[in-house]
Design a protein around this ligand. Structure first.
Ligand code: PHE
Length: 360
């Protein structure tokens, strides 16, 4: 049989130079496939004389094995190379941090709201809400502040616009969170235990007052709740919130139309070079107003004052945030200065809870 050496050389060179698995497969088909060159030669053996056929058949078998071996070796090489290339391409640095730190921060007021909600929730208080644009009935009348009452002036109220000729009293931006007491009792009746954190508004502006600020209302109504329960609740809250054992509160007799008796509560702190510290020093900061809910307020909310009684308080959230995190000027809370937010802000990933530590 002539030309077998040439055929062998052609195929072996082609196999050696082929670049990918698809081209290699084409080569295999054209050599060893059913209609391939070697197969055609094998088919030709039939027409040969027996002697010739034997010799040619042996040579063709050797050639076929050689080409087949070359194809297989090349195929293995090509698939190793393909795997290497894929591994290089899909390489991943598993030592990189899993998730980039979020760049925004949680405002101290939001953080403090989460913290106090966690503490009061642990004491069995649910969260209640009410609108910031409130009717004067909820903001004043229902809280035993009739139209001619001097307390209305003291509240430095923002009034909403009414069209000329509309005789109805204007809505107000709520001056405190106390209207939520009325809404919550009207909806749920007694017994009830709620807190209502939120924004309130008064025309006032200096180092410790801003026209918008935050309060949290507390309300606990049951059959025999007393001032002693109020005192315990507030002291427990302050210990948990400020995360110190030593917190000193001062209850001062006071007056609010919606509580009787009433008390304002101050907390002891020091201010050394602009650094505020809680539980030490000779300064007192007023943080809340409180008292036993007035029978007229219970009645206005549909709760029978002969059957039910309880306490309420309204605490300044911004004030307790200043004290806890040593922030000397209230106005900075609302200036949206990014440098201030980066310094005093909290990570969005660490939500406060009592088990994990409130502000860690
Ligand atoms: N609403 C009062 C204020 O804003 C605080 C307060 C709430 C007082 C509840 C007594 C009871 O000053």
């Amino acid at each position: 049989m002539d030309g077998l050496d040439d055929l062998k050389a052609t195929y072996l060179t082609a196999v050696a130079t082929v670049q990918d698995e698809a081209a290699l497969e084409e080569l295999r088909v054209s050599a060893l496939g059913k209609k391939g060159e070697i197969s055609a030669l094998m088919a030709g053996l039939d027409k040969m004389e027996p002697d010739q056929r034997k010799a040619a058949g042996a040579m063709l078998n050797v050639l076929k094995d050689e080409i087949d071996a070359a194809l297989r070796a090349k195929k293995a090489g090509l698939s190793d190379a393909a795997l290497d290339a894929r591994l290089r391409e899909e390489w991943l640095d598993v030592t990189l941090p899993g998730r980039p730190r979020p760049r925004g921060t949680i405002h101290p007021v939001s953080q403090v709201m989460e913290e106090l909600t966690a503490i009061f929730a642990d004491m069995g208080f649910a969260v209640a809400e009410g609108p910031q644009v409130e009717s004067d009935w909820y903001n004043f009348d229902a809280l035993n502040i009739p139209p001619e009452h001097p307390a209305r002036q003291e509240h430095d109220t923002f009034f909403m616009h009414r069209d000329a000729g509309d005789a109805r009293p204007p809505h107000v931006l709520r001056t405190h969170t106390s209207p939520v007491q009325i809404r919550a009792m009207t909806e749920q009746g007694a017994p009830i235990r709620v807190i209502a954190p939120g924004r309130v508004y008064r025309m006032d502006m200096d180092q410790t007052h801003t026209p918008m600020f935050h309060q949290v209302e507390g309300l606990a109504i049951d059959r025999d709740i007393s001032m002693a329960n109020l005192k315990w609740t507030l002291e427990e809250f302050c210990r948990a919130f400020f995360e110190v054992d030593k917190v000193e509160l001062r209850f001062r007799a006071s007056h609010f139309p919606f509580t009787e008796p009433s008390a304002e509560v101050d907390i002891r702190y020091s201010n050394v070079g602009g650094q505020l510290r809680i539980g030490e020093g000779d300064k007192w900061m007023e943080i809340l107003g409180s008292g036993m809910v007035h029978p007229k307020v219970l009645a206005a909310a549909g709760v029978n004052p002969d059957e039910w009684q309880g306490f309420a308080f309204g605490m300044g959230i911004d004030r307790i945030a200043m004290l806890k995190y040593g922030i000397p000027d209230l106005r900075a809370f609302f200036e949206s200065d990014l440098r201030w937010l980066r310094h005093y802000g909290f990570s969005a990933i660490d939500m406060p809870d009592l088990a994990g530590g409130l502000s860690s």
